[in-house]
Design a protein around this ligand. Sequence first.
Ligand SMILES: [Zn+2]
Length: 381
Amino acid sequence: MSLQILSPVRKQGEDCVVWQCPFLFKSKEYVIRNSYSLAVEDLLSVDRIDAAVVALLRFAIEKEEDIISEYPISEELYYNLVTLFIPVLCKTNRLRPISLNMPTVQAEASEKRNIVGTGISCGVDSLYTIAKHVNCLCRDHSLTHLMYFSIGAHLTKELDLQREQLAIRFSKEIGLPLIVVKSNLPDLMNEIGGRYDHLSYHTYMMAAVMLGMQKGIRYYYYSSTYKFDHMNLNLQDDCAQYDLLSLSVFSNSGMRFISSGGSIDRLEKVKEISTFPLSYKYLNVCIADIKNDGVCFKCIRTLLELDAVGAIDKYGEVFDIDFYKRNRKYYLYRLYYRSRFANDKFMNELYDCFSREMTPLFKIKAICHLALNRLLGRRKI
Ligand SMILES: [Zn+2]
């Protein structure tokens, strides 16, 4: 059994341009559909299957399915995948190394490769990358575009649409054009039996849609959650843990993916964005609501981080800071037991900032609070 990629085509959508590529799996035909803002209609790459190979790669590796095609892949990508990426990922995960059987073609020459872009989610990592590259000292590395991806990151369709509106407002305010990219890849992965889990797929999805418009991209910054000294090639975990490898493998001589933010830890990033005024208005981390609800795990972590770097009072427009201050001890209880009993990596990093407040009496109160909360389910924090 194998995945057979057919010929990609470009189609005109209503208010977008669509990169479309059919493939066969278990005698059934499926179609990858990636849509892009009209501004990039001349930049889609339909003379090669790079985007489809990367889109299907994680699934193929996990399911030990070879990928075949009559249509060509860029030679550089083929080399990187076959000699570097597939062997190490398969060996680490004790899987049969898959093969890629398809012709190769030289790198795509393009005079239009002028886009220096990054994704805009308004989270800490994303805002850090934008703050560092909006007027970069190295002029050729300064951002020219922002991208909004509607590809499986959001819990609901409504949240996705609201985040897109937020990205549109942010882009206008910072003065950079926004490219909106949508894809049916998450649904397709589920249809073919891949059980789409955004954490373990996201780098592949981003790289696939960017390779689909590789004629126009010079640099693409992908915001990293992890530091460069952290590497884990487990296919089931967050694929950001091997971004350094995958982003270098998916790059080619004309278009380079750059992992951004991996040189510093999370608190340093928070400190950096606290000097970026647009973050006071746009920081948006909540997994549950378009407005930060202050009580989901991401909001709790971010509020504590802003507190730790002394910037909490700057964020009254995006968080209910009075609520945080009134309930601060419960946030610290959460920090204590997530760090000490759940080995939460991010809370571990934060713990030292508040360790002076963690007296023996405080710890006893935190444990009692946790026990009562479990028993009665009274508090959200
Ligand atoms: Zn939240």
